[in-house]
Design a protein around this ligand. Structure first.
Ligand SMILES: Cc1cc2nc3c(=O)[nH]c(=O)nc-3n(C[C@H](O)[C@H](O)[C@H](O)COP(=O)(O)OP(=O)(O)OC[C@H]3O[C@@H](n4cnc5c(N)ncnc54)[C@H](O)[C@@H]3O)c2cc1C
Length: 416
């Protein structure tokens, strides 16, 4: 049984079959859709360039062919671990031998924005886009709360559609939690060039309006008038059912290297789990990315299939350094690795096309490639293999990445 029919749940179902798992597979999803990709929700789909049908990861015939039973529009309300059953909102109970929790994450809402108000939006699902898109009319004033990836991507689309956009951010720069100040500066300049207004160190205390948003109230009492507002202040893991069932949770359902929770029969994958990242000394992380959804799903599917049939050799999934991307205007940002702990920054390139390498003790920990798609595969290899490279070599744009990889020193031991 897989609870959550999103990117991770869908992948787990097919990977179980690819690993030869022959038991029944049920995929349970609250939304009325087959598993779909979310990244275009704040990009091409929001712009109107990508139809809903193009978001689906697989057609319904693929689920039938793989004998995967999909229950859409079915919300799970409780996990009964003793009986090994899931209780649905309809009261129906479904049994399981192994349960994979893949419930994703939901938009964080500050206390002042809990209620329903027309014109107040979050962006996590197809339904959210269906509410937001008709309000994105040229000339409308949009207030974005939070300068993270989703907030900035929506700001970029809104400018393309002709809205007046102001972004409110509590920190002193965009992407403060996730990017180096140099990358942050680049995106600030990019948005300002496109006419976005920023208010940094902003403290929003409330939303104005009775049935419809009319403005944002700052902590000093002043009001910013707007026609619609988007909350983009991050996600919280959908771990409520797991917590209520007594599983260990700490900013996500805590799992081990096998994606197994503190109940041996229950696994958790994707946005809702917090898991050890092997390439980073098994540091516990909760990541919201397509890579994390796919990799954690593949690990769980491998482990479950192997336990069901230990005689058959199963191929363990390849573990990759975490990667992520973001599209804003005509800029493509590609990130590989986790930069926390870096002690050196090396800049390769300049202007609108550069790669920022994050090093620790001389080895490449992570990289942000901005309009440098040619650098990205090489950067992934440097990070994946923990290679040491002299900064002057990384910096030298006359050297293609292929040559840099050749010059890079031998991999260092994982324990160093
Ligand atoms: C707007 C947006 C843009 C993004 N852009 C990028 C990007 O550019 N690059 C990138 O790498 N990542 C991006 N992401 C992140 C990425 O899409 C997610 O990390 C990924 O979808 C996580 O997969 P998941 O299966 O864990 O969760 P989801 O795909 O969210 O699926 C979880 C599913 O579980 C269902 N569910 C929850 N609770 C229950 C319940 N009780 N009963 C039944 N069903 C339930 C939910 O309705 C949902 O359908 C973006 C996310 C969003 C929202």
């Amino acid at each position: 049984m897989i609870l959550g029919a999103g990117q991770a749940g869908g992948e787990a179902a097919f990977r179980l079959r690819a690993n030869g798992f022959s038991g029944a597979i049920t995929l349970l999803g609250e939304e009325p859709f087959l598993p779909y990709q979310r990244p275009p929700l704040s990009k091409a789909h929001l712009l109107g360039d990508m139809a809903v049908e193009a978001l689906f990861l697989r057609e319904s015939s693929a689920f039938e062919a793989a004998d995967i039973m999909v229950h859409t529009g079915a919300r799970a309300e409780a996990i009964d671990r003793a009986a090994r059953e899931i209780r649905l909102s309809t009261g129906e109970r479904l049994g399981y031998d192994r349960l994979i929790l893949a419930a994703g994450s939901s938009a964080r809402r500050p206390g002042f924005a809990r209620g329903e108000l027309q014109g107040l939006h979050v962006l996590r699902s197809i339904a959210d886009v269906a509410r937001l898109r008709p309000e994105m009319r040229a000339g409308a004033r949009l207030a974005v709360i939070g300068a993270g990836y989703i907030g900035l991507e929506v700001a970029a689309i809104a400018r393309k559609l002709g809205l007046a956009v102001t972004v409110f951010e509590a920190a002193d720069r965009p992407l403060a939690r996730v990017a180096h100040p140099m990358t942050a500066r680049f995106f600030r300049d990019l948005h300002e060039t496109h006419g976005v207004r920023f208010e940094f160190s902003a403290a929003i205390a409330g939303i104005e309006g009775n049935t419809r948003v009319t403005g944002l109230r700052r902590a000093d009492g002043s009001v910013f008038a707007c026609d619609l507002a988007l909350l983009g202040i991050g996600g919280i893991p959908e771990s409520g059912l797991a917590e209520a069932a007594g599983l260990a949770c700490d900013n996500g359902i805590v799992v081990d290297d096998s994606m197994r929770s503190t109940d041996p029969a229950i696994f958790a994958i994707g946005d809702c789990c917090r898991r050890p990242i092997p390439l980073y000394d098994r540091r516990m992380e909760r990541l919201e990315s397509v890579h994390n959804a796919l990799e954690s799903a593949r690990i769980a599917a491998f482990v479950i299939a192997h336990e069901a049939d230990p005689e058959t050799p199963h191929k363990a999934p390849m573990l990759e350094a975490p990667w992520f991307w973001s599209d804003q205007y005509d800029v493509k940002l590609q990130i590989v690795g986790l930069s926390a702990g870096h002690d050196q920054i090396v800049l390769r390139g300049e202007g609108p096309c550069f790669t920022l390498f994050y090093l620790m003790s001389g080895r490449v920990l992570a990289a942000d490639c901005i309009n440098m798609p040619g650098d990205f595969p090489g950067a992934r290899k440097l990070v994946q293999e923990r290679l040491r490279v002299a900064p002057e070599i990384l910096r030298d744009t006359s050297l293609p990445m292929k040559e840099i990889l050749r010059l890079a020193a031998a991999p260092v031991a994982q324990s160093q």
